[in-house]
Write a protein that binds this ligand. Sequence first.
Ligand code: SF4
Length: 261
Amino acid sequence: MSKLSKYKTANLIEVFSAIQGEGLNIGTRQIFIRFAMCDLRCHYCDSAHTWYSSDTCRIEQNPGKRDFATYPNPVTLDSLISWIRQQNQPGLHDSISLTGGEPLLHAAFLQEFLPQLHQETDLPIYLETGGHRPSQLKMILPYLDSIGMDIKLPSVSGELKWEAHQEFLQLCAEAKVEVFGKIIISEATNPQELEQAATLIAQINPQIPVFLQPVTPLASSDSKPINPPTPEQVLTWQTLMKKQIKQVRVIPQTHKMIDQL
Ligand code: SF4
């Protein structure tokens, strides 16, 4: 197998068409490509089924119909292109979402896949990421139209990624690609960390939009429940962040309210 060809496969969870429930693209229709595997372990993660590679993936046969068929992993680049072609009905979608798991764990595959995807469709490519893998971002940055990156607060996520976030955001700013920050907040949020996040973003560009997302309590959790912030906390923290950031919006996960995937 040549060095290149080994990258022409990826481990997927699913491909489907749905309404984006978070961030700048909220309410728009996207083709979602959900990649398997994540190297973080956020306390509030609602996608723990994506953490490891999977033997199979499920592929929606008709956009929005939830008529999934199962295929073995890894999948080839050509198969993925053909599934996107199947989803891509004229005028239906606003963009294509690369999500996970952590899509940047598949950067080598994406480096080959995204140029072909651009030939196949003129839909914008949106990356949804933990925002902690700048080296992998560099590999695919020229092919991306917009990026939603997490800023992980240690008090809520259990992850500490300040330096990686700063480098990541700097790369986005230098490339002039559209980017926004998403910060999950709970009642246990440490406001000093919010201030640190605001400073980190403002030093790069105070115009970068930030979405404060009250945590969605997990349906079943063996560990201590993570509760959303109180209305007073939300107001206080938005005020705090707006001292440094121009646009700070508070929006929960809306796709869960309308029973989307
Ligand atoms: S980065 Fe996303 S997928 Fe990974 S553990 Fe955190 S919330 Fe879950």
